[in-house]
Design a binder for this molecule. Structure first.
Ligand SMILES: NC(=O)c1ccc[n+]([C@@H]2O[C@H](COP(=O)([O-])OP(=O)(O)OC[C@H]3O[C@@H](n4cnc5c(N)ncnc54)[C@H](OP(=O)(O)O)[C@@H]3O)[C@@H](O)[C@H]2O)c1
Length: 364
């Protein structure tokens, strides 16, 4: 369990280390730098970072394929965990030394950062910093996609794409907790075995995304005695898109929150391949959706982050629903950010990748 550190008197300026990219477009431009950090402004706190969550979106941001990416120089990273080191003016409810989860609109790949105090949450009792840093983006994404948008509830039949990934695992936990009936899709036999074993799933409801996908989805539905899915949660937007959409039940909702299929590997984007992929992307006809009574929704968590006043309640609801500690797939020292990004780009990871700002003891 994480204790509270005694307050310390700090110099006015902090020199921090950060992974900074001068201009998005290539992962090779991401460099480790030392730079001054000003004191926290009004309403902000300064956090000394212990662990950083690595996200798929970090790769897209560095490659320049993520629309929310800042123009010019920026530090990637959407989440981290650490201790409050300094309080800015008008910050209430927090103390120096508090252990916190931080959701940030970029800027997380660093040893220290200043953040709006409204984007902090206390670390649940007993969690390590790695687990805390792994939580906010993926858990909030799973909660927002499944509940406010997908309207999943007890008894709903829900298809989760990439179910062994970070968002996918959170979604599976949330659905088990809700008493819904999840069907998982994964990219390989190895992930399938891992997921069945980890979550104690019925093997008929864990399907591999290969040539037998359509057959596997039908068999999973038949095993549940259902004719279609009430919700589909998808961030692949690939070959399985149409198959899943066609298996939505009336009033079913398809929730799309990413396009991993557009990830081609490599240090810079291959625009020719991307253009080809874009032209051949699966598309829907809204007119055909009317007689079928099916819905389609899409979202980006950055939008929710920008609704700063809604964020505390959203995070509270997420923490109430998804209580499992995140599964950490691998941890990397701060200097090995490039290796962590290459791993996430490979698509072979399970659970969450963490970049450690410092060496941690076993309990954080
Ligand atoms: N809209 C939002 O606000 C939001 C927020 C968070 C995450 N996301 C998106 O959600 C997706 C999952 O995020 P995550 O954090 O759960 O990541 P993750 O743990 O790395 O999982 C991503 C999974 O995508 C699948 N995948 C399919 N095609 C791929 C390809 N060409 N290259 C690499 N992986 C591929 C892989 O699983 P399988 O092969 O088993 O399918 C991979 O494990 C990402 O696309 C991310 O950008 C969106």
């Amino acid at each position: 369990m994480l204790g509270r550190m005694p307050p310390s008197s700090e110099p006015d300026r902090t020199i921090r280390r950060a992974w900074r990219i001068e201009r998005a477009g290539s992962l090779t431009r991401l460099k480790s730098v030392s730079e001054p950090l000003p004191p926290p402004a009004t309403g902000e706190v300064q956090v000394e970072v212990e662990a950083i969550g690595v996200n798929f979106a970090d790769v897209f941001a560095c490659l320049g394929l993520y629309s929310a990416t800042p123009k010019g120089s920026f530090v990637p990273g959407l989440e981290c965990a650490g201790r409050i080191r300094r309080l800015g003016r008008d910050v209430t409810g927090w103390r120096e030394g508090d252990a916190v989860i931080v959701l940030t609109r970029f800027g997380g790949y660093t040893t220290h950062l200043n953040v709006d105090a409204r984007t902090l949450w206390p670390i649940p009792a007993g969690w390590t910093f790695d687990e805390a840093a792994a939580y906010p983006v993926q858990a909030l994404t799973a909660w927002y996609g499944l509940l406010p948008l997908g309207n999943a509830r007890a008894g709903s039949t829900v298809l989760v794409q990439s179910a062994a990934g970070g968002v996918g695992l959170n979604a599976m936990h949330a659905l088990q907790r809700l008493g819904a009936q999840p069907v998982a899709v994964v990219g390989s036999a190895r992930k399938r075995e891992w997921l069945i074993d980890r979550l104690g799933l019925d093997a008929r409801r864990v399907v591999i995304r290969d040539a037998g996908l359509a057959r596997g989805l039908d068999a999973a539905l038949a095993s549940l005695g259902k004719g279609g899915f009430d919700v589909v949660l998808d961030a692949v937007y690939g070959a399985g898109f149409r198959m899943a959409f066609e298996r939505l039940a009336p009033e079913g909702r398809y929730v799309l929150y990413g396009a991993a299929d557009f990830m081609h590997g490599g240090r810079r984007p291959n625009f020719l391949k991307l253009a080809w992929h874009y032209l051949r992307r699966p598309q829907l006809d809204p007119l055909a959706m009317i007689p079928q009574n099916r819905g389609f929704l899409a979202f980006n968590l950055i939008w929710l982050w920008e609704q700063a006043d809604r964020l505390p309640d959203s995070m509270r609801a997420t923490l109430e629903l998804i209580t499992e500690r995140p599964h950490i797939g691998a941890t990397y020292p701060f200097d090995e950010a490039h290796a962590a990004l290459a791993a996430i780009q490979s698509g072979h990871t399970t659970g969450k990748l963490i970049l450690r700002s410092k060496l941690q003891s076993k309990d954080g």
